[in-house]
Design a protein. Structure first.
Length: 110
């Protein structure tokens, strides 16, 4: 079922991962807030889970110098929170919780 642009717009933007089942907060914020040591690009598709706006995605990028890929999903659980799951191809996976990223609180103090 296609989601309306208004409901999907609530998930647009930058989200800060605040909790993961497979990594503690120090690991999550090791480079910058919530970016772990992974960088890359997402290919996102609008979705719906249990009647709530969601996004499903594939990703490719770099993890500590190695090319990596994977997939995941995230669902809007409250107006200001999302929950989801991140899978590394042939590797780890973890649940996640995220909140809107405000840019405050960088690890390096800048």
């Amino acid at each position: 079922m296609a989601k309306s642009p208004k409901s999907m717009a609530r998930m647009a933007g930058r989200w800060r991962i605040v909790e993961m089942s497979n990594w503690d907060r120090d690991a999550i914020d090791s480079v910058e807030p919530a970016f772990i040591a992974v960088s890359g690009r997402l290919d996102c598709r609008p979705a719906e889970r249990d009647g709530r706006p969601a996004v499903e995605f594939t990703r490719e990028g770099v993890d500590e110098g190695d090319q990596v890929g994977g997939r995941g999903w995230a669902v809007l659980v409250e107006d200001e929170k999302i929950e989801g799951h991140l899978f590394f191809h042939l590797g780890d996976d973890s649940t996640l919780r995220a909140e809107p990223f405000t840019g405050a609180g960088r690890v390096d103090g800048q």
